[in-house]
Design a protein around this ligand. Structure first.
Ligand code: XMP
Length: 319
């Protein structure tokens, strides 16, 4: 892709001119945006860059391990991996208010990031994988200009109080362009093509009181769901798909026993930029098969439902 090759060169020159010989730290979320930003910046300034990956314990199955391995082994990018899951999950335990969850995660993220940044010391610049839609959405959102629908948190949420200059090499790009840039930088296809994932992670896919057990149940159901989507060849057609663990228990029957377990909702949407979205029209055979696997393989779930709400009026995430 010639456009992206040119973009890459220009972006690298711009980063070098901006940063000079200073040190840069970059927060990694495990997602595509921050990873592409980090690889691009590393290409521009090498080991003047240090990445900090605050692992909040709210990622999908194996996600943290995959990202750490990719950065350390494939790219040799200096990376600090902070396992902060006890801190995050401890603070969120029992919390059911979506905005409190979002704000708690945002606050803990900043605290943890700051602590680590201090340990590294001497960095003038903070790198962020902010995209063009992030720039727009932080101004106006689905509900109109003055209504906050959701307090967004991602690694781009660090406040001015960190008192650092910003490097945001993806600010002009849309998601599909970031993916193209990622490919241009040699990131593996399965990584670059990954569905978007929200900064607050699985915490906002567990409505009602959050517990470690619920997160574990959700993580397993989500992995099975995504596995079925990949096997059916639907992953790239769907813009985003995930499981939600509902705070509702229902009665079921398994063998000759009664069960009383949680309901799992499946979500899948098509979209261009996440601002509007349509629910994905699966065929019933796919849904039936996936539901059977989830109920058979995940202890704690005995019923599966499919969300047929588009955005608007629904949002993509449930919280
Ligand atoms: P909603 O649920 O608002 O989501 O329709 C639109 C897109 O944004 C993602 N999302 C987030 N991403 N931090 C993020 O980095 C957040 O706090 C956040 N909340 C939602 C969501 O997954 C979807 O792709």
């Amino acid at each position: 892709n010639w456009t992206m090759a040119a973009y890459r060169e220009k972006a690298i020159e711009k980063i070098r001119a901006e940063v000079g010989t200073d040190k840069v730290i970059c927060g990694l979320s495990g997602g595509v945006d921050s990873s592409v930003a980090a690889v691009l910046i590393h290409e521009a300034i090498g080991d003047q860059l240090t990445c900090i990956f605050v692992d909040h314990g709210l990622l999908r199955l194996n996600e943290a391990e995959d990202v750490v391995a990719m950065f350390r082994q494939q790219y040799n990018i200096p990376l600090v991996h902070v396992d902060a899951s006890d801190k995050f999950i401890g603070a969120l335990e029992g919390e059911s208010d979506p905005e409190v969850k979002r704000k708690t995660i945002g606050r803990l993220f900043i605290e943890t990031f700051e602590e680590e940044a201090k340990k590294i010391g001497g960095a003038e610049f903070l790198a962020q994988g902010t995209l063009y839609p992030d720039v727009i959405e932080s101004v106006s959102f689905t509900g109109g200009p003055s209504v906050t629908i959701k307090s967004h948190h991602n690694v781009g949420g660090l406040p001015e109080r960190m008192n650092m200059k910003l490097v945001e090499p993806l600010r002009e790009l849309f998601k599909d362009e970031v993916r193209a840039l990622g490919r241009e930088l040699g990131l593996p296809e399965h990584f670059v093509g990954r569905h978007p994932f929200p900064g607050p992670g699985l915490a906002i896919r567990c409505p009602g009181g959050l517990t470690r057990d619920k997160l574990d149940i959700l993580r397993k159901a989500d992995a099975i769901y995504l596995d079925e989507i990949r096997k059916a060849g639907l992953y790239d057609t769907i813009w985003q798909a995930f499981a939600v663990l509902l705070p509702v228990q229902t009665v079921g029957v398994m063998g000759d026993g009664r069960t009383y377990e949680f309901v799992c909702a499946l979500r899948a949407v098509t979209s261009v930029d996440g601002m509007t979205a349509d629910f994905y029209p699966y065929d019933m055979a796919f849904l039936g098969k996936t539901a059977t696997r989830i109920i058979n393989e995940v202890r704690g779930i005995n019923r599966v439902v499919y969300d047929v709400t588009s955005k608007p009026p629904g949002t993509i995430e449930w919280e």
